[in-house]
Design a protein around this ligand. Sequence first.
Ligand SMILES: C[S@@+](CC[C@H](N)C(=O)[O-])C[C@H]1O[C@@H](n2cnc3c(N)ncnc32)[C@H](O)[C@@H]1O
Length: 644
Amino acid sequence: MTQLQAPNGAAFLSTHLSTFDDYLTVILIDALYFWIPVHKVHPGSRPPRGPSPATITSLLRAHACDSSPTALLSAFLGLPSIKSFLAGLSHTPRLRHEFEAHARRYLAMYAPTVPFELGTTERYRAVSRRSETCILARRPIPAGTTIQHLSGKMVALSSQDETGLKRDFSIIYSHRLGESCLMLGPCRFVNHDCDPNARFIAQGGHGVVAVVAIRKIEVREEITVSYADNYFGKKNRECMCATCERRGKGFFGPSRRAQSSKTMWELRSASESGATSESGSETELDSDFRDSICSEDENGIRRHGTRSRKRQRREMLELRDTPTSMSPYPTPTSASPHPSLSRSLLSLSPQKEPIKIEDDIRNFGHTFEDGCRRSQRILTARAPVKSVTVPNDRRKLTPVSTEPAKKPDIGEPVRRSPRKNVQIAIAQNAAGSVNQIVRRGQQPVCMIAQKSQTRTQRRKQDLADRRRGLSTPPLSVSESNDDPSDTEWDSDADAELYDTWTNRIQASPDLIYNAFWGTLERDNVSANGKFPRNQQDLSALEDNRDIIVPPFQTRKCANKNCQARFLLARGGRGRSLETACAEYVRRYDLKLAVQVVCVKCNRHAGIYGFQWPEVETLGAKVADESAEDYNHEEHVPVEFVNLW
Ligand SMILES: C[S@@+](CC[C@H](N)C(=O)[O-])C[C@H]1O[C@@H](n2cnc3c(N)ncnc32)[C@H](O)[C@@H]1O
């Protein structure tokens, strides 16, 4: 972390405020709110240890729901680790004040009434090679409204920072101030669109920035601003916004090929490697606030990359032109098995000793098409299930069909695109590791077998995977209205891409069956051969018929995009079920509980003790905005494990 020193110049704040920003995003976003680490202004530096996520969570629980930001802030500032952080600033009251104001900005994002939320987007992955952050509306925002709690601060860049900052992410050239500035705070997560629905405005001087809707913003719409006309290269020809995509312009336009100019990738890689070029550009912001955000390197100057431009262009065009180009995921180049697979299906065997409900839950998450990361949990109940009390509101079970099977096979692809074309079965092997079982065509395959890993292990794993050309499996099961018989691939290339993923290891349907159903304690099934709660005919197990695992709660969650589809396999047959982000999906009666929860929702549940109510949808009012209490004895907060 940058050493905090007394101010010695007009731009001293940028160094400190950017350090504060990194510190606060680590504590308040990365650690408990989000599922990817957000970009840091000083990516290499290590912020000091902050309060634990549990501590912050309890603070938020205590204060955020009461909408008492001042109480929340003072409780936050009173935490020992924050105090010791602040102790280093005590000789500079202004710094302390700035820290407090900045902390307030980030804490405000937890207000239950906040009209936006952080989301992830894969839109820029082709260039940035990672998921990026975006801001999504949680409610309709009328035109002309200042978006509550979406604020930031612009600070002039110190010369120290100009040389020290490696990222171009939040550097803005302010025409008004005539110098490079850093945009910090929640505002910095707003992406650019050539037809934006919002704009930055200066608020009360001192570089404080807010965002105002310039047209009505619908629920789940991304909130975007226009950075500048020439932010992403001349005339934004490298712009990857949705508008450019729709219009076939910018990154998606034909002229890009002809123009022999720098690509955004070049700019980005250049900024990391250190070459130079011209700077900032005109803005579309209002005249009061004529700042343009421009990509600059650490010297505040744009640069040419050291990579071969020809190669970069070729790679970018390939990304755009090939059928897989629309997939945000890099095409895996190696078919070698994931290391974790070496122990995957080979070790699958029925769980023999149901003793207690497993508390140590293996979680794994997928980044879905909408950028949402969900986690699934399998609890293996090893105690008599009757000891678990199910609250009344959880007793509503989805009616279970006992109709003869339509015979969808295990993992039968139900979507066209390679990213969507997957179904998952969840299994737990004797060692407790979770396996996702997917199938393409006739062959069920196990895609991933994962154990809970430490952060370091995950990073190492991730790095190793990347070196070997593996990356996040292209999963998406977020949509639910597909015809299960739709098994077509978009193209051979899609199928091939998918092959690369799925052919790593194969398992027989029986093995899959054992992997999943082996964990059941069959004697617990009621005497009439039906599952106690849903009366599903147990004979389905024997008849090779579809099996529907109850009870899937279908409560809608805050996020419309939180649908998950699960396939529970048996002997080559199965049936996918879907939930609209049911916060719990449990099968106490079978001593096996499957939880499906969207991390976004779970995050809220973890913080507020309740789930955010459904967002307002077009024309529909929120039915119940009150805190629905999920914070009862049964609530076991999901521990997120980012595996990729
Ligand atoms: C101010 S940040 C916005 C938040 C950012 N997405 C994040 O994850 O922190 C600006 C960065 O977002 C990305 N970005 C935003 N809008 C973009 C667009 N229209 N085209 C390409 N990249 C964009 C670029 O990587 C840019 O450097």
